[in-house]
Design a protein around this ligand. Structure first.
Ligand code: GUN
Length: 292
């Protein structure tokens, strides 16, 4: 078993990006600028957005964090999105999800200029991904593809089973892995809560990707010997042994699954850091595309 070390892989990407920034600075060129809107105080969202801002600082990107209280009216948030769309100094921005219930997430996503949608959530970018047109690929699927490429995981002809069909992970990832490209050319099965014989289907997977947000859902009996297992789950669970009172749990029961695998991504330190690295790559791309 080998660890798919997303923490180390993401650090390598950040280093590469910081070299690009250094060169741009020497040449007097613009530095990529990412903005993030964070609504409320949800612990997970605060942590993720904090990590995104920290990654910008480490690489040398400019960053702007805009925070609102949980009670922010939808029209105020939409006005901010419009202002960021029009702000020439901002190359890309994200609105951290989930948003409070009184705000229509879809309306907010649609309001973002697709050219600045570095999360790749706008339908224009999802469509561009489908037809291989330039645009932004959602950060988590892009991070998973990059994690596989940089760790020499071959996908060609492999059976890939994805558990979870969310708009931001499972569904776009199923499209990417099924494409006639490298990485890609997988035979993809996208499974979900209504799937019958899930264990049997998973046992046929050369590459098994769990993205359902249920801690420990994937057990050893669901995994073929030698499979590649990628864990996208990041659920906070109470952990009194930690000073912060919680720890992150993946969708895979790591201890029992790991010995059966050829490669497995841990939680934390697997897909999470790769998502952030992908967001940084997309922000650089947004700046480059703007110049065209
Ligand atoms: N919430 C969970 N993952 C993400 C992400 O990748 N981007 C945004 N904007 N919100 C999220």
């Amino acid at each position: 078993m080998q660890l798919l070390d997303g923490k180390a892989t993401a650090a390598q990407i950040r280093l590469e990006l910081s070299e690009i920034v250094k060169e741009r600075k020497l040449e007097g060129k613009k530095i990529p600028h990412l903005a993030a809107i964070l609504v409320g105080n949800d612990g997970g969202s605060v942590t993720y957005v904090g990590a995104k801002v920290k990654a910008c600082e480490e690489i040398g990107f400019e960053s702007t964090l805009i925070r609102y209280d949980d009670s922010v009216p939808e029209n105020v948030l939409l006005a901010k999105v419009k202002a960021l769309n029009e702000d020439k100094s901002i190359d890309g921005f994200i609105v951290q999800l989930p948003l409070p219930k009184h705000i229509d997430e879809q309306k907010v996503t649609l309001a973002i200029d697709p050219r600045k949608d570095v999360d790749g959530f706008h339908p224009m970018n999802l469509g561009n991904m489908l037809i291989d047109h330039p645009g932004f690929i959602c950060a988590t699927p892009l991070g998973i593809m990059e994690l596989m490429v940089r760790n020499n995981i071959k996908t060609e002809g492999k059976n890939c089973v994805i558990i979870g069909r969310s708009n931001i992970v499972g569904t776009p990832l199923s499209l990417l892995l099924g494409k006639n490209k490298s990485p890609g050319n997988c035979t993809v099965t996208l499974t979900h809560s209504r799937t019958k014989n899930l264990t049997e289907i998973c046992r046929n997977a050369d590459i098994l990707i769990a993205a359902i947000g249920q801690p420990g859902f994937v057990t050893a009996d669901m995994v073929k010997d030698g499979a590649v297992v990628i864990d996208v789950g990041t659920t906070r669970i109470e952990d009194k042994t930690k000073s912060k009172g919680w720890s992150l749990a993946g969708d895979v029961n790591f201890d029992e699954v790991a010995p059966k695998t050829s490669y497995i991504s841990p939680v934390p330190g697997g897909v999470g850091p790769m998502t952030i690295a992908s967001l940084m790559m997309n922000t650089l791309k947004a700046m480059e595309l703007k110049g065209k």
